[in-house]
Design a protein around this ligand. Structure first.
Ligand code: SF4
Length: 321
């Protein structure tokens, strides 16, 4: 007899809250986990699936979910809407924004058919997903509800983009970033500290800050490279093998905050800097440039305290990033 039968309390399947089932763990920035946000599977896996530090979606191939199936999920999301009105839908999985302009427009139309009170649609994307979309198309997508898309930039340093097999170079990053800026669509992105390993932080920090100064994302989310064992697939990132072979030396913990401070010193964009992430032993949130000096002071305090062992212990306990 199952535990739930024994206790006499029927247990709702986990997928109920989100209205649908998912092909892989739900993937979204932490601030999207709100009661009035629903997740909707329109793609599976990652179209690139090649970044050397990443363990996501290794057991799920990239694919498009047929529209009939999206409709099926939407029926359940619409049921949830009756309980707690849905204000935002965040598309799954790694980079749903890889879909074409026409496909994204069709999906937006469908979503609003089921959720007429919806305020916006979000999604993760790769900067290369902007290749086939014009500024005019981005404006139309924004008018159709897409907003605050989240792009995993990580770095604007060509050495690291190539070393980590990000699948684009800095020239493409600038082209894509300027398209987003010109379209007026609000967007967020990541910078990853520790990406270059021991002794290589500052060049990455300066080049990435310069990129953000030019293209001005609305939110910069900081993460710290963490080569975990994926709890779902029991696999490690390809880069972890290079670490084990002694070919790549991971950056120290204090060193990563020195990198962060250099990044902030060089960052002049008007943006919200957030480093409250599962990979960050100490997290910050600061509106820039207003709070720049206070932020630098706070980061300096972490550096001066120099708790390398404590922060390393923290990282060893991280299971998911
Ligand atoms: S980091 Fe993102 S783009 Fe790169 S392989 Fe992982 S999921 Fe795909």
């Amino acid at each position: 007899m199952s535990a739930e039968r024994e206790s006499g309390k029927p247990k709702l399947p986990k997928s109920f809250k989100y209205g649908a089932r998912f092909a892989s763990p739900v993937n979204s920035p932490s601030w999207e986990w709100r009661d009035d946000t629903q997740f909707l599977q329109v793609t599976t896996g990652c179209s690139h699936n090649g970044c050397r530090f990443c363990t996501f979606f290794k057991n799920v191939p990239y694919g498009k979910v047929p529209l009939d199936e999206v409709k099926f999920y939407l029926k359940y999301v619409a049921l949830c809407d009756k309980v707690i009105p849905v204000k935002r839908v965040f598309l799954q999985a790694s980079n749903a924004f890889h879909l074409s302009y026409d496909e994204l427009m069709e999906i937006a139309e469908l979503i609003y058919e089921y959720l007429p009170g919806l305020e916006s649609i979000g999604s993760y994307g790769r900067m290369s997903d902007l290749r086939d979309k014009s500024v005019e198309q981005l404006k139309s997508l924004h008018d159709a509800g897409y907003s605050q898309l989240f792009f995993g930039v990580e770095s604007a340093d060509d050495n690291l983009l190539s070393l980590m097999n990000k699948g684009y170079d800095s020239a493409e990053l600038y082209e894509a970033g300027f398209k987003l800026k010109e379209s007026g669509m609000p967007w967020a992105c990541t910078v990853m500290f520790g990406l270059g390993g021991h002794g290589y932080g500052f060049e990455h920090a300066v080049k990435t800050a310069e990129f953000f100064n030019a293209v001005e994302p609305d939110i910069v989310g900081a993460v710290s490279m963490t080569l975990t064992l994926d709890p779902y697939t029991n696999m490690v990132a390809p880069l972890k093998h290079a670490v084990d072979r002694g070919e790549f030396v991971e950056a120290g913990e204090v060193e990563r905050y020195e990198e962060m401070r250099e990044f902030i010193r060089n960052l002049n964009a008007s943006t919200l800097f957030l480093s409250r992430h599962s990979s960050m032993p100490v997290g910050f949130a600061a509106l820039l440039p207003d709070k720049k000096e206070e932020l630098i002071e706070a980061i300096t305090k972490v550096i001066d305290e120099g708790d390398e062992a404590g922060m390393k212990q923290f990282r060893e306990r991280v299971r998911e990033v």
